[in-house]
Design a protein around this ligand. Structure first.
Ligand code: ZN
Ligand code: ZN
Length: 384
């Protein structure tokens, strides 16, 4: 099954480097989507474009025998980061780069698609899903809203993301919650501006902000189960522009991460209570808002076990990393796993720069294994 994957991986490496040179931000991945669709057409497939904005979907019909319909998903979008890798195929677009490895993910899925479309040695069918705007825009959710699963029925869905720090080429699976839920929050404090020498004539909005941040840190330390992973990070405070003026208003912002949607709802309620509390204590006005955000990415037990068992039987037990913790990053594949059973796997990218770092470059050495893993999961799950 993997005889000529080496040559295919070399071809896919060229695709990866082309995509790396030409990154596009979320929802404007038009050149990327066109490139992907052209490749799919060259494999004899008939891609549909424009789902959820710039999403691309193509179906590979199997050998005609009854089997499942299996969705395989990867991402089109790059990040607003100025590249610092100095590789010969560095981004040609200033301030935009593939720093999350989505270029490599596309190359892996296209490579698998080429081979699967040529052989068709599987029952059922495979639905290739190239989604826009994974990073911030919820492109996966938008594809679902645009009828992804109505138009392309999937019994199960799978995603693969490269992961620095996991041994190169190893596949890791986490049962249950694998990636966190995230919600951005904003606190606007309206105090009363005053001369810094007469603080008693105003209401010190900066002191209110400090109380709020301290109380939020105490929510994590004292009010949530230590076993439950909860993060409240304050990432912005905007106030003041002088030494002798107590500012009238402060804007504080940050993010909440949890590994369960129930914990997220609980933390938001506690932060609302703290916001009301500091307002009453200090006698000022506050507004606390939480933006919508990605839900928890939850792997389904039997699909995860089935995918990992298939990888082990194809590549050996040592090809699978079983000691893997969930990550507090987010993933909008969560929306697809909320609709369909399936799993989100990590593919180790070894000792490379972290994801979203300007020096990160997807390691081409794992493309061959990535193609093989996609083919293995596709063939095992269509026949499951
Ligand atoms: Zn990312
Ligand atoms: Zn990513």
């Amino acid at each position: 099954m993997f005889d000529d994957i080496g040559m295919l991986a070399r071809e896919a490496t060229e695709w990866r480097r082309h995509l790396h040179e030409n990154p596009e931000l979320q929802f404007v991945e038009t050149d990327t989507a066109a490139y992907v669709a052209d490749k799919l057409r060259s494999f004899g497939l008939e891609p549909e474009t424009g789902l959820g904005g710039t999403g691309v979907v193509a179906v590979i019909e199997g050998n005609g025998l009854a089997g499942k319909s299996i969705g395989l998903r990867c991402e089109l979008d790059a990040l607003p980061i100025e590249e610092q890798t100095n590789v010969s195929y560095s981004s040609r677009r200033s301030g935009v780069m593939h720093a999350c490895g989505h270029d490599g993910h596309m190359a892996m899925l296209l490579g698998a698609a080429k081979k699967l479309a040529a052989d068709r040695e599987f029952p059922g069918r495979i639905v290739l899903i190239f989604q826009p705007a994974e990073e911030f825009g919820g492109g996966g959710e938008k594809m679902i809203a645009d009828g992804l699963f109505d138009r392309f029925d999937c019994d199960e869905v799978y995603g693969i993301h490269n992961m620095p720090g996991i041994e190169s080429g190893k596949v890791a699976g986490v049962s249950g919650a694998v990636m966190a839920a995230a919600r951005a929050w904003d606190l606007k404090i309206e105090g009363k501006g005053a001369h810094a020498g007469w603080p008693h004539t105003g209401i010190d909005s900066i002191a209110v902000a400090m109380d709020f941040v301290s109380a939020c840190n105490a929510i994590v330390a004292r009010e949530t189960d230590p076993i439950a992973a909860v993060v409240i990070s304050t990432t912005q405070i905007h106030a003041g522009n002088n030494y002798n003026v107590i500012p009238q208003s402060v804007h504080v912002g940050g993010t909440i991460r949890t590994l369960s949607d129930a914990a997220m709802a609980d933390v938001i309620a506690r932060m609302q209570r703290v916001a009301r509390g500091v307002a009453i204590t200090k006698g000022c006005e506050v507004t606390f808002d939480v933006q919508s955000g990605y839900p928890v990415t939850v792997n389904h037990g039997s699909q995860l076990a089935g995918a990992l068992a298939a990888v082990q039987s194809a590549f050996g037990n040592e090809a699978v990393e079983t000691e893997c913790d969930p990550k507090m990053g987010t993933e909008d594949f969560s929306y697809m796993l909320n609709e369909k059973p399936g799993a989100y796997l990590f593919l180790g990218s070894g000792d490379v720069a972290p994801l979203h770092n300007p020096s990160y470059d997807f390691p081409d050495g794992i493309i061959e294994r990535g193609i093989g893993v996609w083919m293995t999961v596709a063939k095992a799950r269509t026949a499951a």
